[in-house]
Design a protein around this ligand. Structure first.
Ligand SMILES: Cc1ncc(COP(=O)(O)O)c(C=O)c1O
Length: 380
C-alpha cells in the first residue's frame, strides 16, 4: 500500500501517514531512528544521499518529507526554533539590507535581530532593522527598500494577528522576501506559504510535537533554491538535530490533528469563561468574536489555536492563582498536552503588565479545567 500523500486527504489523515514509507511486508510502519556519523561511502561520494551525519540523516529526511506534505514546500529541520530563525535571518538578509519585523514578535527573535546580529554581524554588514507594531500600517509603511519582512501571527504572547496575504503582497511589490513565524498556529491551522509567504519558521518544540520532551524547529520554503541555501547553512554551521528528537517528532505528528482539535475546542470554552470572569481582564483569544484579531484570524486560520492570554490585577494575584490551581503547571513554553501557564513579565522583554498570563491549553478534560479555573480564580 502506498503512503504517497493523496491531495484528497484531510488533515487527520495527512498527519497520520505523513512521511511514512510505503507498506512493505516485514517492515515497521515507521523505521526507527538512524544513529550514524559516517556511512559506508566507497568511491563517488554523491552516489548515496547519506555519507556523513552532519550532511544528512534518514530520520531527518523522513520527518522533513512529512513536514513538506503539511507545509506545501521543502522543509529543513533544525535543532530548535531559534536555530531555524537564525538560519533564515543570516542567509536571507543581504549586506546593506533592511529587515522589517513586528515589535511584539517573539522576544528572542527580536534579541538576535537587534543585539547579536547587529553587534556581531548585521551592523558589520550594514543591515538596518526596523520594527513596527504588527497591528496597523506600521509594517507596510516600513517596507520601502526592505529585503526581508518578518511576521509572526498570532504573536507570542500578545496573540495579535496580522493580515499575512495583504502584507506578503505589499512586501513582494517592494521586492522583499516574507517570513512568517507560524509557531503558535502550526501548518494545520495556518498555511503561510499558501498565503503568499516565502518561508514559514516553526518551533517544533511547541504544538508540532506537543509532549514537552524535545526541542526542535524547521523552516518551510516556497522555493527549492532557498531550501538549498538554508540546508547548506545547516551543514556548514553544523546546527543539526539529533536523530532521536527527529524520530520522536515524527511519531508525535500523527496525533497533531487530534491534539489541536481538542486544544482549540477547550481553549474556546476557557476563553469564553475567562472573558466574563470578574477577576480577569484583557482576555485575548482570536476565536472570541469580540477579540481585535478575530476578523483577520477567521480569514486566514482554520481554527484559533490553544493559547490564550489574560491578566490578573498584579503579580501577587497570579501567584495566588497558581497556588490554588491543581491542573495548571507553572512553566514556560506552550502547545503541549499538559495545561500550563506563566506570568510573562517574570522574564522581562515583553510589553505586558505584571499580572499578564500566557495560558497554554492541554488535553485534560474541559470540565475539569473549567472547575479548576473557577476554584483557582476564586482564591485570587
Ligand atoms: C513564536 C516563537 N518562535 C520561536 C521560538 C523559539 O523556539 P525554540 O524554543 O524551539 O528555539 C519560540 C519559543 O518559545 C516561539 O514562541
Amino acid at each position: 500500500m502506498s503512503n504517497t500523500p493523496n491531495p484528497e486527504w484531510r488533515d487527520g489523515t495527512r498527519v497520520v501517514r505523513a512521511g511514512l514509507p510505503d507498506a512493505s511486508p516485514g517492515t515497521p510502519y515507521m523505521a526507527g531512528p538512524v544513529f550514524a556519523a559516517p556511512y559506508h561511502a566507497p568511491g563517488d561520494p554523491t552516489a548515496s544521499p547519506f555519507t556523513y551525519g552532519r550532511f544528512s540523516n534518514p530520520t531527518w529526511v523522513a520527518y522533513e518529507q512529512a513536514l513538506e506534505t503539511l507545509e506545501g514546500g521543502p522543509c529543513v529541520l533544525f535543532p530548535s526554533g531559534m536555530a531555524a530563525t537564525a538560519a533564515v535571518l543570516a542567509t536571507m538578509v543581504p549586506p546593506g539590507g533592511k529587515l522589517v519585523m513586528p515589535e511584539e514578535s517573539y522576544y528572542t527573535t527580536r534579541v538576535i535581530a537587534t543585539q547579536h546580529f547587529p553587534g556581531a554581524w548585521f551592523a558589520a554588514r550594514g543591515i538596518n532593522v526596523v520594527m513596527a507594531p504588527s497591528v496597523g500600517n506600521g509594517l507596510r509603511d516600513a517596507l520601502d527598500g526592505a529585503a526581508v519582512l518578518w511576521l509572526e501571527s498570532p504573536t507570542n504572547p500578545a496573540l495579535d494577528v496580522c493580515d499575512i496575504a495583504a502584507l506578503a503582497q505589499a512586501a513582494h511589490a517592494a521586492g522583499a522576501l516574507v517570513v512568517v513565524d507560524n509557531t503558535t498556529a502550526t501548518p494545520l491551522l495556518q498555511q503561510p506559504l499558501a498565503l503568499g509567504a516565502d518561508f514559514a519558521v516553526v518551533s517544533d518544540t511547541k504544538a508540532m510535537t506537543g509532549h514537552a520532551d524535545l526541542v526542535l524547529g524547521h523552516v518551510a520554503c516556497r522555493d527549492a533554491m532557498h531550501a538549498e541555501t538554508i540546508r547548506t547553512w545547516r551543514t556548514r554551521m553544523g546546527v543539526i538535530a539529533g536523530p532521536m528528537e527527529a524520530w520522536l517528532a515524527h511519531r508525535s505528528l500523527a496525533t497533531l490533528d487530534v491534539r489541536l482539535t481538542r486544544q482549540c475546542d477547550t481553549a474556546m470554552q476557557l476563553a469564553t469563561m475567562l472573558a466574563v470572569h470578574p477577576k480577569v481582564h484583557g482576555v485575548r483569544y482570536p476565536g472570541l468574536p469580540r477579540d481585535p484579531s478575530h476578523a483577520i484570524a477567521s480569514k486566514q486560520m482554520k481554527r484559533y489555536g490553544g493559547v490564550i492570554s489574560f491578566a490578573l490585577d498584579d503579580a501577587a494575584a497570579v501567584t495566588r492563582f497558581f497556588a490554588a490551581s491543581s491542573l495548571v503547571y507553572e512553566a514556560t513554553s506552550f502547545g503541549g498536552v499538559h495545561t500550563s501557564a506563566e506570568r510573562r513579565a517574570r522574564w522581562g522583554g515583553d510589553a505586558v503588565s505584571e499580572g499578564f498570563v500566557r495560558l497554554s491549553i492541554g488535553l485534560e478534560d474541559v470540565q475539569d479545567l473549567l472547575n479548576d479555573f473557577e476554584r483557582a480564580l476564586g482564591a485570587v
